[in-house]
Design a protein around this ligand. Structure first.
Ligand SMILES: Cc1cc2nc3c(=O)[nH]c(=O)nc-3n(C[C@H](O)[C@H](O)[C@H](O)COP(=O)(O)OP(=O)(O)OC[C@H]3O[C@@H](n4cnc5c(N)ncnc54)[C@H](O)[C@@H]3O)c2cc1C
Ligand code: FES
Length: 313
């Protein structure tokens, strides 16, 4: 059992957990992840280690609520325990003195890129970070990323904070201005990482991305996380999750990631029904998953604005 020491919302639907896991905290390297099971009956879920404190014996992870298991996790509070936290897994990020590195973080991908950005800075690189979100309230880890970056660019899709536009718009701008860039690291939605790859390919900038295929066992045994790199099969959980972006077949990645969409949708709906029934003490009507109220009920408080005292941003 792994005890949760802290649990704080960073933004609506995005929560950071500090978990007691002393061996993982000692061994963790940037870019690695853990497999978490919320309870004995739960499915295994891969989550990147955002940071670790070997002296305090803790790791932190940042979780975005998107389906049943992440919503279950969001309902947990300090003092609660997780059934399993297995890791650290995956190959660590390559940390070298490359020169100028641009770190691109989209949404919760910012948290997944943080440990690597910190290590790249400590290795003597000039770090330019571009972090983005749909709107102001969803921008996370701005303070932390500023501390590990020589330059920080914050973007929002709707222009409600920082520069208006996608993270890729500002990467394009840096390239257009002739900024010398030795490496790009991009972590976020597949569509964003694919767009980054298409921007850097023609100008020959080495680009590394952290892939997010469906991961099942996380140990290279099941083949669930197979991705095509240079048209050869690789297992993201042991050969990655980071890969050279220009060698990844994004089409196959998108296709494989959608394989369980129907089952995931059903699991989330079933979960919403259970939560509503428990709350009402009766069998409830079919919930409307697109209604904010139904999502709020499913998540407890996940989709509601966290109280100020709980925010760390
Ligand atoms: C190496 C790796 C590191 C990750 N790190 C983080 C992180 O730090 N923070 C974070 O919020 N999310 C992270 N994710 C994604 C996270 O694992 C999924 O969001 C989570 O498993 C969704 O589970 P669910 O039951 O809530 O949602 P579901 O309804 O089951 O699925 C929602 C979406 O999540 C994806 N997903 C579902 N199950 C898995 C799985 N077993 N493996 C990978 N993706 C899955 C699916 O593509 C689906 O579209 C990471 C994924 C990978 C592969
Ligand atoms: S998740 Fe099973 S091989 Fe990678």
């Amino acid at each position: 059992m792994f005890k949760i020491r802290q649990a704080q919302f960073l933004a609506p639907g995005i929560k950071r957990f500090v978990i007691e896991a002393s061996r993982i905290a000692r061994e963790q390297k940037p870019g690695q992840f853990v497999m978490v099971r919320v309870n004995e009956q739960g499915e295994r879920m891969p989550l990147t280690i955002e940071n670790s404190d070997p002296a305090g014996g803790t790791i932190s992870i940042v979780v975005q609520a998107v389906g049943k298991t992440t919503h279950l996790m969001h309902a947990l509070r300090p003092g609660d325990v997780l059934a399993d936290v297995v890791g650290p897994l995956g190959k660590p990020s390559e940390i070298n003195k490359f020169g100028t590195v641009v770190v691109v973080g989209g949404g919760v991908g910012t948290a997944m890129a943080y440990a690597t950005a910190l290590a790249l800075k400590r290795a003597g690189n000039d770090v330019i970070s571009i972090i983005g979100a749909r709107s102001k309230e969803l921008v996370i880890l701005e303070r932390e990323m500023r501390a590990v970056s020589d330059t920080l660019i914050v973007t929002t899709d709707d222009g409600s904070y920082g520069l208006k536009g996608f993270v890729t718009d500002w990467l394009r701008e840096l390239i257009k201005r002739g900024t010398p860039i030795d490496l790009v690291l991009a972590v976020g939605p597949v569509v964003m990482m694919s767009a980054v790859a298409e921007l850097t390919r023609p100008v020959g900038i080495r680009t590394v991305i952290s892939l997010n295929p469906i991961i099942m066992d996380g140990t290279g045994m099941c083949g669930g996380c197979r991705v095509l790199v240079d048209e050869k099969s690789q297992f993201a959980c042991v050969d990655g999750p980071e890969f050279e972006a220009h060698r990844v077949n994004f089409e196959v990645l998108v296709q494989r990631n959608s394989m369980y969409r129907e089952a995931e949708r059903r699991a989330t709906e079933e979960f919403v029904r259970e939560v509503q029934a428990a709350k009402n003490g009766t069998q409830s009507e079919e919930p409307c998953l697109s209604c904010p109220e139904a999502r709020d009920e499913a998540a407890g408080r996940t989709f509601t604005e966290p109280p100020d005292a709980e925010r760390t941003r």
